[in-house]
Design a protein around this ligand. Structure first.
Ligand SMILES: NC(=O)c1ccc[n+]([C@@H]2O[C@H](COP(=O)([O-])OP(=O)(O)OC[C@H]3O[C@@H](n4cnc5c(N)ncnc54)[C@H](OP(=O)(O)O)[C@@H]3O)[C@@H](O)[C@H]2O)c1
Length: 246
């Protein structure tokens, strides 16, 4: 087990990619703190980790609330691994994007990770080590219709990844992104419609299928672990070749 004696904080750990990541980190011995708004979903993740012999704690928190975010950071103790995974994806044509959902997608996908990292990275740096993985999207790397605001938030997150790699690298903190392609998670299937999403999987990438959350989690685990000790500041597509084909 490569993450024994390490503490990981996974935002959005109650579902989808965040849950699969929390399970993968716990399997490797990390104590995992999962944060998100739904206490019930977080409890299910903790129960899954404990059933597999791992250790975890749920911290219900709305990351759009900066006081709640601060309490989460303060209460988390010594965090070795931070996975900024929580995100919202209000796909819609640009002229229809209302101000409220525009602000919310930037608050959740950019402001939350920014201030959580601002609180935790210096503490990692003081210890001389740490790994931060941001969950971006192929929408940051390719033009996708109806995903302008969402894609802009994920491109911002990739820019933060590079800046933070430069800013904190000298103190032993690595910062990377993964950019998932179309990944079959319950909420995304619900939001986009099962039929259309399956079709995107079949035709949208060279492997001809949707990704599984566990496949994204394996890439996050690699970037979080010492196996990637000389990698920082990169965005790794986990997308069945979607970006490569263009
Ligand atoms: N699935 C894909 O095809 C795909 C592709 C590219 C990128 N991604 C990215 O992958 C990440 C995970 O997505 P997913 O597919 O696993 O969908 P998901 O299951 O909906 O995951 C999003 C998570 O974020 C949490 N969250 C949302 N707003 C929050 C807030 N204000 N405070 C705290 N937590 C919040 C949600 O929990 P609560 O609702 O309980 O708060 C949920 O657990 C997202 O950043 C998404 O943009 C997904």
């Amino acid at each position: 087990m490569e993450l024994q004696n390490q503490t990981a904080l996974v935002t959005g750990g109650g579902s989808g990619i965040g849950r699969a990541t929390a399970l993968a980190l716990a399997r490797e011995g990390a104590f995992v703190i999962v944060a998100g708004r739904s206490a019930g979903h977080l409890a299910e993740t903790v129960a899954g980790i404990e059933a597999a012999g791992g250790r975890a704690r749920a911290v219900p928190a709305d990351l759009n609330d900066l006081d709640a975010l601060r309490r989460l950071a303060d209460g988390a103790g010594d965090v070795d691994i931070l996975v900024n995974n929580a995100g919202v994806y209000p796909f819609m044509p640009t002229p229809k994007q209302d101000l409220e959902s525009f602000m919310r997608v930037f608050d959740t996908n950019v402001r939350g990770p920014f201030f959580l990292t601002a609180a935790l990275a210096p503490r990692m740096g003081a210890k001389g080590s740490g790994s931060i993985v941001n969950v971006s999207s192929v929408a940051a790397l390719q033009g996708i219709p109806d995903a302008a605001a969402y894609g802009a938030t994920k491109a911002a997150l990739d820019a933060l990844t590079r800046s933070w790699a430069a800013e904190f690298g000298g103190r032993g903190v690595r910062v990377n992104s993964v950019a998932p392609g179309n990944t079959r998670t319950e909420n995304v299937v619900k939001a986009l419609g099962a039929e259309m999403f399956e079709e995107w999987g079949r035709t949208g990438n060279p492997l001809g299928r949707l990704g599984r959350p566990e496949e994204v989690a394996e890439a996050i685990l690699f970037l979080a672990s010492p196996r990637s000790s000389y990698i920082t500041g990169v965005t790794l597509p986990v997308d069945g070749g979607y970006v490569a084909r263009g």
